[in-house]
Design a protein around this ligand. Structure first.
Ligand code: SAM
Length: 274
């Protein structure tokens, strides 16, 4: 994790909380604890305290519209033409699941709309599945924090977390349980949560689209460059990468070209000529 001068206050505050919790009176004794065998659990606890997990359903609406209305539709058409019916989307740094579940809702709607315009020659089974055969959709949701992964798997959200989810989505994709909303089973089945540290070498391959938003801003420039290189290897030919509103690939890489529509931005992998 990288903390520049603007974030030292945050780091100091979070470390002080852990010191207090461990009843230690100096940063040095806390450091000794962290590097000892007995400190493994504390290191995990510290990590949970240092990650920023802020997220939202339909975060950055313009970007979600770009994905939904242009990129997804294009992907479905091209894949259908090649008789490749698999779609793999990766939410890297997924936090508590709002981003991957938003993507799952948009993909389910995108497929339904696609088949409205291009009806299948065969009758669809009833009730209609979210993902009509022969399509196979996988949304991989990964994070470095186990607690957010657990929350994502649980998939139960409070009214305030649901503020940006309009009623048509609530009615179709959530069940109301008391005061809270649970993601319906059929939608949950499309999303798979897994632990991945984006700083490691091995990362999930063969993705059509990667969303890595509001994660890279916590990396230093060298790490950002390494990560974007890795993402380019993790994408299928002509795949797409979405980064956060305050993040940009400018000066980081020349392996992607920018796609911009109605204030939404994404990056498309440039294929090298053989
Ligand atoms: C601010 S949240 C962004 C969530 C979501 N992508 C969004 O934009 O709404 C950043 C997430 O990145 C995760 N993260 C930070 N460093 C990471 C790393 N090295 N590997 C994987 N995930 C990481 C954090 O745990 C956190 O859940």
């Amino acid at each position: 994790m990288h903390f520049d001068e603007r974030r030292t206050h945050f780091l100091q505050d979070r470390l002080s909380r852990r010191l207090k919790e461990c009843q230690l009176d100096s940063f040095y004794s806390y450091y000794r604890l962290l590097i000892s065998d007995a400190g493994k659990q504390e290191l995990a606890q510290l990590l949970e305290n240092l990650t920023v997990n802020e997220t939202n359903f339909f975060r950055n609406k313009a970007q979600m519209d770009l994905f939904h209305k242009y990129i997804l539709d294009d992907l479905l058409r091209h894949k259908q033409a090649r008789r490749d019916h698999s779609l793999r989307i990766w939410s890297a740094g997924c936090s508590t699941g709002q981003e991957p579940y938003t993507l799952a809702m948009l993909v389910a709607d995108g497929l339904a709309y696609y088949y409205l315009r291009n009806p299948l020659p065969v009758e669809m089974p009833t009730p209609k599945p979210l993902v009509p055969p022969p399509w196979k959709v996988e949304i991989l949701a990964s994070d470095i924090s186990y607690s957010v992964l657990r929350a994502g798997q649980e998939a139960i959200y409070t009214e305030s977390q649901m503020a940006s989810v309009d009623y048509s989505y609530r009615l179709r994709y959530f069940d109301k349980i008391g005061e809270r909303y649970a993601v319906k089973k059929a939608l949950k089945e499309i999303v798979h949560f897994d632990f991945h540290n984006l700083k490691t070498e091995y990362l999930p391959q063969r993705n059509d689209v990667i969303f890595c938003r509001n994660v890279m801003m916590y990396f230093d420039e060298a790490e950002q460059k390494r990560l974007v290189e890795k993402f380019s290897r993790c994408l299928n030919p002509n795949g797409f990468l979405f980064v956060g509103h305050a993040e940009s690939l400018l000066g980081i890489t020349d392996r992607f070209s920018m796609v911009h529509r109605n204030s939404g931005t994404a990056y498309q992998k440039i294929e090298e000529l053989a």
